[in-house]
Design a protein around this ligand. Structure first.
Ligand code: BEZ
Length: 200
């Protein structure tokens, strides 16, 4: 398999962590690319009409995207039910956490593009504030979450989304008012798959 990836992408990191956890990393060749919406990558666009990473080329020559689909595919390849609980409340909890974390990462990447790639006079303050409101409200929801001991696609997604915040917005004091989330994440970050893929 081949994976279009970038070490700083929180979505690509989800795939790398999942592959390590499932013992599949050795079967995936990384194709590292740099892209933004204003500097797309032709090879990625050929495989994913949305032009986004991660995109996985399977051994059958199919291309899979985006990160939830790729991670669930890898989980199925490894037998299923390891990172994606097969059914019941545990499944919906893991998928909801994944959706919430991916939403944080989406908003954070948009803020990054707006502030790092867009000329300052063209930046839209209210739009940026709207993205930060999403991020902070979602972090508050995670602080209230039970954050039980389950290690699954939900916890992987949360770790990767917040890892991206720490990479690109280290000045954002999100830990101050969210001690439970902070200590939960601190313990999780020691895990080999997360330590090995830490960006920056
Ligand atoms: C970044 O460098 O911030 C980045 C790289 C790839 C995807 C998203 C963000």
């Amino acid at each position: 398999m081949q994976l279009f990836t970038n070490p700083n992408s929180p979505f690509a990191r989800k795939v790398s962590v999942s592959a390590l956890e499932l013992g599949l990393a050795g079967r995936i060749e990384s194709l590292e690319v740099s892209l933004t919406p204003v500097s797309p990558h032709a090879g990625v666009r050929e495989r994913n009409p949305l032009g986004k990473i991660p995109a996985l080329i399977t051994d059958d020559g199919e291309t899979l995207y985006d990160s939830p689909v790729i991670c669930e595919y890898l989980d199925a390849l490894a037998g299923g039910g390891r990172l994606f609980p097969a059914s019941g409340p545990a499944r919906w909890k893991a998928l909801r956490r994944q959706a919430l974390a991916d939403g944080i990462a989406d908003a954070a990447v948009l803020v990054r593009y707006e502030t790092a790639a867009r000329p300052v006079p063209l930046q839209w303050r209210e739009w940026l504030d709207g993205q930060w409101l999403k991020i902070r409200t979602a972090l508050d929801a995670l602080e209230r979450d039970t954050l039980d001991g389950a290690f699954d696609i939900g916890s992987i997604s949360i770790a990767c989304a917040i890892g991206y915040l720490d990479l690109r917005f280290a000045q954002e004091p999100w830990r101050q008012s969210r001690p439970r989330l902070s200590s939960w994440l601190g313990a999780l970050a020691e895990r080999e798959s997360l330590a090995a893929t830490r960006p920056g």
